[in-house]
Ligand binder design. Structure first.
Ligand code: NAD
Length: 283
């Protein structure tokens, strides 16, 4: 199935990135937001991204105009009715996502594939809000979307083979490397990286090594581009804390239990780069 027109619900950090990669790959995109103010903010974010690409010499000013011409903004999801694929990227709230999927199910053609960019929710829990659970899947992009090549294609017990194939083809068409994973908490990447990062915090908490040496060890010894403490500061220590609590709840496996140090840092507001302080100081 060829994906010619894509809808993106939400133009925050992830939604804007998904719009950018689709439009840059030549696909027509309709992006929807909750209201005009958020839509304006999202469109400005997308415009700024392509202006930077022009400044860096990655694209020309004409390329930018051509790319932006492929993007349509709306506050009415009904404007997405002709899309072949719609990717939802609204906040991580199950009821909100279900309500959007139920609306999309009513307005879209029966062939339209509905995808969620959820990080941690179950795909089938969202799919049951529709009458097409076989055409619902997870498309888990990584942040920042234009930079990160990986795309986790998440199949629920109800997702059809054809939908998985269409997801893979779409991923390749927008320059991503798709991997297929079953609908399980953490998918592949978060399931592996969370215990690793929590263990790095435990090493620090137990005074086994300094934060700098833990990060240097992973960069120099494992060839990781960032150390685990630098990385969690970058992504947000609150995201790791609540994400690992959620995984612990689901798997009941102590490897996902957040260390006390992380809990105290979140309580103190040391959330990482965005707060000016985390494991490191950014002021
Ligand atoms: N940020 C990350 O690193 C990351 C990575 C992978 C997946 N995710 C997942 O992607 C999803 C979005 O995350 P984000 O970081 O982009 O969040 P965000 O808060 O930056 O953006 C969410 C956007 O959705 C909009 N929105 C809310 N209700 C809406 C509605 N009814 N219709 C249209 N738009 C609506 C908001 O106005 C906001 O702009 C979440 O499920 C998150 O778990 C996030």
């Amino acid at each position: 199935m060829e994906i010619k027109e894509v809808g993106v619900v939400g133009s925050g950090a992830m939604g804007a990135g998904i719009v950018e990669v689709c439009a840059q790959a030549g696909i027509a995109v309709t992006v929807s937001e909750a209201n005009d103010d958020f839509l304006k903010k999202g469109m400005a974010r997308i415009d700024a991204y392509f202006s930077k690409s022009v400044e860096k010499g990655k694209i020309t000013a004409q390329d930018k105009e051509a790319i932006l011409a492929r993007i349509k903004g709306t506050t009415n999801v009904a404007d997405m009715k002709d899309c072949d694929l719609i990717v939802e990227a609204v906040p991580e709230k199950l009821e909100m996502k279900k309500s959007i999927f139920s609306q999309l199910d009513k307005i879209c053609a029966k062939e339209t594939i509905l995808a969620t960019n959820t990080s941690a929710l179950s795909i089938v829990d969202i799919a049951i809000a529709t009458n097409r659970p076989d055409r619902v899947l997870g498309l888990h992009f990584f942040n920042p979307v234009p930079v990160m090549k990986l795309l986790e294609i998440v199949r629920s017990i109800a997702t059809s083979d054809a939908t998985v194939e269409a997801g893979k083809e779409f991923g390749k068409a927008i320059g991503k490397s798709p991997v297929v994973v079953k609908d399980t908490p953490g998918f592949i990447v978060n399931r592996l990286v969370m215990p690793f990062t929590l263990d790095a915090i435990r090493l620090l908490e137990q005074g086994i090594a300094t934060k700098e040496d833990i990060d240097t060890a992973c960069k120099q010894g494992l060839n990781h581009p960032m150390g685990p403490l630098e990385m969690t500061d970058f992504l947000g220590n609150d995201i790791l804390y609540y994400g690992s609590l959620d995984m612990y709840e689901k798997y009941k496996d102590p490897k996902f239990m957040p260390p006390v140090l992380l809990q105290k840092m979140v309580a103190a507001g040391w959330l990482g780069r965005k707060a000016g302080k985390g494991f490191y100081d950014y002021k």
